[in-house]
Design a protein around this ligand. Structure first.
Ligand code: NAI
Length: 385
């Protein structure tokens, strides 16, 4: 296996998700970080590069400097992909610049600030034929892949209803500049039009579409900024319709005291139902009106028979839990295998292509626009094409 060279933009000292990306990409030994522009403050970028023990020549003051520096290297020494772990407003210009320079991209969500930007990136990915991943973490969990494959196999019957909830509590009171994660997330110039709905509502919507294989076609939303003076929503309730007549409810909140990361999904079909819970992610519950509840457990031999994708994304034996880092690592594993396949002029397999990407990014931005429009225009139904 060729070890891929990873570059990173963002993920400076004190940042949240960059370090998760670095650890996850390295988990299977298939990639290692060699370069980066880690911080909005150039001096801090250099300091982070020293902390990570990188070659100082590969630690850059800005992402533009990084592109120029990497392009100046012989092709075989350059990074194979860049991971963009910066606040939302910077994703589009940085991703665009790296794609135009010929680099594969793993980008954080929400993908851009506007639908138009998302569509422009999608065109660019199509034109360049480069590999683009979007870090919708939760579709990386093996039991979520199992849920998707059960629905696909028809085990639940026709899907009638989806309930997805995502409550957090960490923004329940006003925050200041000292909380760097809250600071940009509550500023529409940097977070985008939506707050909570962009930050975690998009994960919930992506999960609903991933597990059911059905797209959300219209939404009716009621978004609120409960904390006085906050310029973006910190709570929202959404009714939604999906393809093939399925209906659903999505609720996301960042002002629910005591809630940590309580993402839950229930899918109800004509025959059976299922439930997956992010804080206890190694188990998938399946319900039947006429029979006892089943609990499918990660790491057991019977999983592979139902979901090759889940089995491929499992590292430790049953009873030895895997979670958040491994979910990131699973998205990286498939993303990196796809890059390797394409570099070897081989068509990636369906299992290798099983990671969220540019289409999810465009759908996420359309979801944000539709829920914001719906709420602002008096809680009316808004279509998503
Ligand atoms: P953060 O505020 O902790 O870190 C952002 C980092 O980016 C900082 O080091 C900052 O200095 C750096 N930065 C900002 N502009 C830059 C630029 N132009 N060039 C280089 N570095 C720059 O933010 P956090 O929480 O890590 O979020 C980053 C992104 O990750 C966001 O888009 C967020 O939505 C997403 N995220 C995704 C999660 C997931 O589960 N997939 C979880 C948490 C965050």
């Amino acid at each position: 296996m060729k070890k891929l060279k990873m570059g990173m933009v963002g993920g400076g000292i004190g940042a949240f998700i960059g370090e998760v990306h670095r650890k996850a990409a390295r988990l299977d030994g298939g990639a290692d970080i060699v370069a980066g522009a880690f911080d909005i403050d150039p001096e801090k970028s250099l300091e982070q590069g020293r902390n990570l023990g990188l070659d100082p020549k590969r630690v850059y003051r800005t992402s533009d400097e990084m592109i120029a520096g990497e392009l100046a290297l012989p092709k075989e020494e350059r990074i194979d992909f860049v991971s963009i772990c910066t606040p939302n407003h910077t994703h589009f210009p940085i991703a665009k610049a790296f794609l135009e320079a010929g680099f594969n991209v793993m980008c954080e969500k929400p993908m851009t600030l506007t639908v138009a930007q998302a569509e422009e990136l999608a065109e660019l990915v199509k034109k360049t034929k480069l590999t683009f991943g979007l870090m919708h973490t939760y579709t990386g969990y093996p039991m979520v892949k199992l849920a998707r494959d059960m629905v696909k196999a028809g085990d639940l019957g026709k899907i009638r209803k989806v309930v997805v909830q995502y409550p957090q509590g960490w923004l329940y009171k006003p925050t200041g500049k000292e909380n760097m994660q809250a600071d940009w997330r509550t500023d529409p110039k940097r977070s985008g039009r939506a707050g909570c709905m962009g930050d975690i509502g998009t994960h919930a919507a992506n999960l609903a579409e991933f597990v059911t294989g059905l797209r959300i076609t219209e939404v009716l939303a009621d978004l609120t900024s409960f904390v006085k003076g906050r310029k973006v929503d910190d709570d929202g309730n959404v009714l939604f319709h999906m393809e093939k007549g399925a209906k659903g409810v999505l609720t996301a909140s960042q002002i629910a005291p005591g809630e940590e990361n309580d993402l839950h999904i229930w899918v109800y079909g004509e025959k059976k139902a299922l439930c997956w819970y992010q804080e206890n992610p190694n188990y998938l519950r399946v319900f039947d009106q006429e029979a006892p509840e089943e609990v499918w457990k990660r790491g057991n031999g019977y999983i592979a028979a139902k979901s090759a994708a889940a089995a491929r994304c499992t590292r430790t034996p049953n009873g030895h839990p895997e979670a958040f880092l491994e979910a990131f690592a699973n998205n990286y594993k498939n993303f990196c295998d796809t890059i390797r396949a394409r570099a070897a002029k081989r068509k990636p397999t369906a299992l290798e292509l099983d990671f969220p990407g540019i289409i999810d990014g465009v759908r996420g931005m359309k979801f944000i626009d539709a829920v914001c429009d719906s709420s602002e225009q008096g809680n009316i139904w808004k279509k998503i094409d």
